[in-house]
Design a protein around this ligand. Structure first.
Ligand code: FEO
Length: 162
């Protein structure tokens, strides 16, 4: 069974994952308002992915015999300057999330909680992808150019995200 300390920390991370979902949903709304359908699609899909991250952790806490306590979700930012700005902020955000996951792993080790440490490895691996993907998109933007033509080319690719 999870310790109280570990449960509280996982509750906090569930909150952060739902915040991430909200953060990306706001980005999707911004992109849609600017006519960037591909960017809007990408962030809409990312919203779903973050909800999956939260659900997976929620289910784990319950499977381990504890109850999740939900907290208020912070307001996400609403103002962005461009499509590339969205991915710069995404990369910065995911780097922060990686730090939070690493702290959870450290706590699981301190608590001698091998089951949670193992469970968290999925997130450690996922975070590599969560950083690599926006970094790759930023590279594509940089190659295509930040002018209307370049952004529209990248937008055409982002619309394909399933
Ligand atoms: Fe749930 Fe984007 O990390």
């Amino acid at each position: 069974m999870l310790s109280k300390k570990m449960t509280d920390a996982l509750d906090e991370q569930i909150n952060k994952e739902i915040y991430s979902a909200y953060f990306y949903l706001g980005m999707s709304a911004y992109a849609a308002s600017k006519g960037l359908a591909g960017f809007a699609n990408w962030f809409y899909k990312q919203w779903n992915e973050e909800i999956f991250h939260a659900k997976k952790m929620f289910d784990y806490v319950h499977a381990e015999g504890q109850r999740v306590t939900l907290k208020a979700i912070d307001n996400p930012p609403q103002d962005f300057t461009s499509g590339p700005d969205l991915f710069e902020k995404t990369l910065a955000h995911e780097k922060k999330v990686t730090g939070l996951i690493n702290n959870l792993v450290k706590l699981a080790q301190e608590e001698n909680d091998k089951t949670t440490e193992d469970f968290l490895q999925w997130y450690v691996k996922e975070q590599k992808e969560e950083e690599a993907t926006p970094a790759g998109i930023l590279e594509k933007i940089s190659k295509a150019g930040k002018d209307e033509k370049g952004i529209s080319e990248v937008d055409g690719e982002l619309v394909k995200r399933k």
